[in-house]
Design a protein around this ligand. Sequence first.
Ligand SMILES: Cc1ncc(COP(=O)(O)O)c(C=O)c1O
Length: 374
Amino acid sequence: MDDIIIKRDHGGNVSEISRIYGIDEDRIIDFSAGINPLGYPPGLRNAIIKDFDSVLNYPDIDSFDLVSGLSEYHGIDRDCILMGNGSTEFMYRIPMVFKPEKALIVTPAFSEYEKGLRLAGTKVSYFQTDEKEDFFIDIAGLCKRLEEGFDIVYFCNPANPTGVLTSKDELCRVIACADKTGALVVIDEAFIDFVEEESVKKEILRFSNLIVLRSMTKFFGIPGLRLGYILAVPSCIAKIRENKPPWTVNSLVQGAAVKALFDKDYIRETRQYISAEKEFLKNALNKIHGLRAFESAANYLLVFMESRIGLNSTELRNRLMPEGILIRDCSTFHGMEDRYFRVAVKKHEQNMILVEKLKKMVKQGRFYTICKFN
Ligand SMILES: Cc1ncc(COP(=O)(O)O)c(C=O)c1O
């Protein structure tokens, strides 16, 4: 049974865990995926119900209204935006279109970059961030590495799973270095909504080698509806559009997402809630002996487990799972040991449950270690 689960390199497998452990889905608390704990915007359900008959037609192939909404939201021209079935669609599409021979991924990172690249026959190398430096990215080192001659480089900001934020100015240095060496830069901003001011979205006007990946599934709480997009210069957008399957964005999500974008109260409340609750959770986790939660600019926290706990991250995840608590074991991330896990910030009472369960597990783990050595 564990075999099936252990091979997964994503969080958010709620229905699978429910099936395997016979726990109702609504009794599972999923800390493994960074989805908005406030849920989707309040008007979204009604907007979808009202719009339901739109399923009788093929969806608008260009997502015209949604692209117009995003153009206004970001202050970016319509022809610099292309919608997709989640940002993951582009992780497969971009390598297929540009056929890079050599890619560099700043790691640890989301596994789909590498899968998309390998499918296109690209040779993948890594620029591993150092745990001794709390996974901060050595920008000068990265620029130097680019001189080896890569065709494409992938960078996630804020980084997943570490939550490290690289400033816009520093990222621009990387994009400029890549421009000089002839590399395309893909910046994944799936979690930038919490620090929108650090987005490099407007830099597409300055750098024609930049593609920004954006996701609407996390911040707007709609992973099941699937919605993402890219921002880039019109020539790049046109090239990808020509090579993209049609209708990957369904009509229901097109209509609902435009409304979500302009729900200013929901957006403000989400940012305020995450900021305060993240602080609470980080402090509570840091009070558990043997755990260390990192600073994070996103809606999740990376946690380091000291060896004295007597459990590794896979064992911890496996012990929490039957109790309906899902955490993201980070040992499947490239270059990460089995001493790290990631938890999303959830509702306060859910975060309290997590903290209590972790206290119990850590205590038990230490107890088993003492028994083993006595
Ligand atoms: C860093 C990162 N980028 C992108 C995605 C995928 O986003 P989407 O749901 O838009 O495909 C994920 C999903 O977990 C992610 O962690």
